[in-house]
Design a protein around this ligand. Sequence first.
Ligand code: ATP
Ligand code: MG
Length: 301
Amino acid sequence: MIANIPPAPVVEGATHLHSGKVRDLYRIDAGEQAGRLLMVASDRISAYDHVLPSTIPDKGELLTRMSLWWFDQLADLVPNHVVSTDVPAAVAGRAVVCANLEMFPVECVARGYLTGSGLADYEATGEVCGIALPPGLVDGDRLPAPVFTPATKADLGDHDENVSFDAVARTVGAHDAEALRELTLRVYARAEELARERGILLADTKLEFGRVPGEGERGTIVLADEVLTPDSSRYWPADDWQPGRTQASFDKQVVRNWLTSDAAGWDRTSGAEPPALPAEVVALTRARYVEAYERLTGERF
Ligand code: ATP
Ligand code: MG
């Protein structure tokens, strides 16, 4: 799975470190920013655990701008890793220079609604990450209160594994585990409220945190990676919310609908790579990303 990530573009003055499904990560070689990271968002899109052979024009820029906007909205709650948006011309608009942090090996997930792996765990055990939830909840239900449902990072192509708070405490220590939980829930509460005012439900989101190397275990915890993009979060149109069924995803529903239609001719259980998207599906999907960006930020793209 996820075999088809294209080679990362060469960026002058930076060394390629890693490529995920969507982003390419580099270390800056020399100059004022030497040693810092360059995080580049491509126009790649993934669905059903595959990177699709089609790209969505401007997606990398839209998600980069959305993430930067959110970092600003959250700046009074938590410091972030952004150093500069002055980046090499080849990646202008869709990259940020960020501090090279020691990352906590935890995907810090907050959920305000029940779906996805949270729903699967709940249906099997009545709990999510060791947190007992009331009986009778269905797909898409709003939870009585948002919960911290951490996961461990899986290798490329594998699924992250939900873990209990106690497991996180064993990995990073009780003090840091509590700090990560509190920061995650504060960020979620702020973002959920803001999105809801704009007619968008933030069902859940995944955050990553790190610490400035050398600051030691009492050093400041810094919000890193991308934040509150549709790639790291589930955004649902509020006027379409209806618990008891799969909710339409704000950004990828058009893609998923087409990929599972007869027109695509693709069997997603076959292991075969998905086909390229028709131009109209690409255009509709781009329009959804633009709409998400404009509705959330109130700015024109
Ligand atoms: P996926 O496509 O499933 O997200 P991935 O997580 O391996 O795969 P990316 O998200 O593109 O791929 O990779 C970004 C990597 O950079 C992650 O490992 C993330 O933890 C790391 N990272 C993010 N911000 C920082 C930072 N400020 N300092 C160090 N590492 C960071
Ligand atoms: Mg990632």
